[in-house]
Each structure stands twice: as structure tokens, then as C-alpha cells.
Write a protein that binds this ligand. Structure first.
Ligand SMILES: C[S@@+](CC[C@H](N)C(=O)[O-])C[C@H]1O[C@@H](n2cnc3c(N)ncnc32)[C@H](O)[C@@H]1O
Length: 229
């Protein structure tokens, strides 16, 4: 697996270096991910091409990002957690937000970087996320983990992933978590996870176009809020 050198990544909004805890391929500790692209580069390429084909067909790929944009102040700094090839963060960057996308798969980050040059794209395992931007711990006006990312995080790492994202939130920041009840976190799992974090549940929807959530909804979109302080 090719590892991007974190020291070569620049914050595209300021030109300053971005530092992260990089994935260490020689480490014994398992990466907090079951994403198939980590062991099968063809899968990553298939995933990239799949979304390129959908975009070329004119499919709506921005539903999640529209909800994020509605929550965000203008020119917000946003964390796209598990960004893949960047369809959400790339779109949000075109709206004027300062986007940092993080993903464990270097091939997807390379595609995001090539296709969406105005955002900053970083290879990192979210369960070890420790982002430094412009010499300071990076903090965000909003973060989102959408597109079934949590399906590909082993259950024992999921709370840690949410904690590491929450650790990068500014006061009053929002945090959107999308998950499938069947495969990923259930809404109840989200509630349990955040009970130990400084976050409150502000809204819960069944879809990204804000249909009402019910206990038997197959999908949940939780909007969490950090304290204003
Ligand atoms: C189904 S894709 C979704 C990509 C993107 N969020 C979207 O909606 O298009 C799941 C993504 O989660 C990423 N992922 C899984 N485990 C991760 C981890 N521990 N840290 C960072 N990214 C992870 C994978 O590399 C993959 O890009």
C-alpha cells in the first residue's frame, strides 16, 4: 500500500503544511478499517470509476453535502471523515467552504486530490485522527461521516472514530453521522457512543432530505452539536 507522506500535504486554503498521524504499514496494530481497497487496489479503482460514471450520468451525488451546507456557516472549515474520492467535500469546497477530507485509502485520496484541487485531502485512519493544520490542532465548524463509512470500521473501533472526530470540533460545531441500521451503527448505537462525549443530539432524520426518523427506519442521519461554551 502506498502511503502519502503527510509532510507533503498542504492546506490548500493557506498553503501551510498539514500534519497527521499517518498509517504505518509496518505497524502490527490493525488499521481501524475493513475497507476492501486496503488489500485490493482494484476495488479502490472500481469505486472511483463507479462514482465517475454516476456523475457523468447526471446522478444526484450531493444530497448529503446539501444537508451539511445548510448546517454550516458561510466559509466554514469542514471535516469530511472517510471522504473516499471526495464527492461531498469537493462539492462543498466549490461553495466556498474550507474542506479537509480524510480517508484511510491512499488511492481514493489521490483521486480526490486530482479531481477536487481546492480542498485538502489527507490519508489517515480516523481511529487515530490527530490533524494539525497551520501548526495548531485542527478544529472545524462542522464534521460529517456519511456514505456508510462506519460499515467499514470494525465495531471495536467505531466509538474511537467518533471520539477522534469530536476531538476536532470547535465550540458550537455540528457533527453529522449517517448510518445504516443493518450494517453500521444503529441510531441507538450513536446515542450510546455520544453519551460519553461532549455532544448533544439536535436532530435525527431518516434521509438526507430530512424525512422524519422512526425507530424502524433502516437509515439514520444524526445531527450532533458541540457545546457553545
Ligand atoms: C463507502 S465509502 C464512502 C466514501 C464517501 N464518504 C462517500 O460517501 O462517497 C467508505 C469509505 O470509508 C473509508 N474508511 C473506512 N474505514 C476508515 C478509517 N478507519 N479511517 C478513514 N477512512 C475509512 C474507506 O476508505 C472508504 O473511502
Amino acid at each position: 500500500m502506498v502511503i502519502a507522506d503527510p509532510h507533503q500535504i498542504k492546506n490548500r486554503a493557506t498553503g501551510s503544511p498539514v500534519n497527521t498521524v499517518p498509517n504505518d504499514p509496518s505497524a502490527d496494530a490493525p488499521v481501524g478499517s475493513t475497507w476492501p481497497g486496503l488489500t485490493d487496489e482494484a476495488h479502490s479503482q472500481w469505486y472511483i470509476e463507479r462514482f465517475r460514471a454516476m456523475a457523468a450520468r447526471g446522478d444526484d451525488l450531493q444530497g448529503e453535502a446539501r444537508l451539511v451546507d445548510a448546517l454550516a456557516p458561510r466559509h466554514a472549515r469542514l471535516l469530511d471523515a472517510g471522504c473516499g474520492p471526495g464527492r461531498h467535500g469537493g462539492y462543498l469546497a466549490t461553495l466556498g467552504h474550507e474542506v479537509v477530507g480524510v480517508d484511510v485509502d491512499p488511492a481514493l485520496i489521490a483521486a480526490a486530490s486530482a479531481e477536487h484541487p481546492t480542498a485538502t485531502w489527507v490519508v489517515s485512519d480516523l481511529s487515530q485522527l490527530d490533524l494539525v493544520l497551520d501548526g495548531e490542532t485542527a478544529t472545524f465548524d462542522g464534521a460529517f461521516i456519511v456514505g456508510n463509512v462506519l460499515d467499514f470500521v470494525p465495531p471495536e473501533h467505531r466509538n474511537r472514530v467518533l471520539e477522534r472526530i469530536a476531538a476536532h470540533l470547535r465550540p458550537d460545531a455540528f457533527f453529522v453521522i449517517g448510518c445504516r441500521a443493518g450494517n453500521g451503527f444503529t441510531a441507538a448505537d450513536v446515542d450510546t457512543a455520544i453519551s460519553t462525549m461532549d455532544l448533544v443530539l439536535e436532530q435525527r432524520f431518516a434521509t438526507y432530505d430530512m424525512r422524519p426518523w422512526q425507530a424502524d427506519s433502516p437509515f439514520s442521519v444524526s445531527v450532533l452539536r458541540a457545546p457553545a461554551r
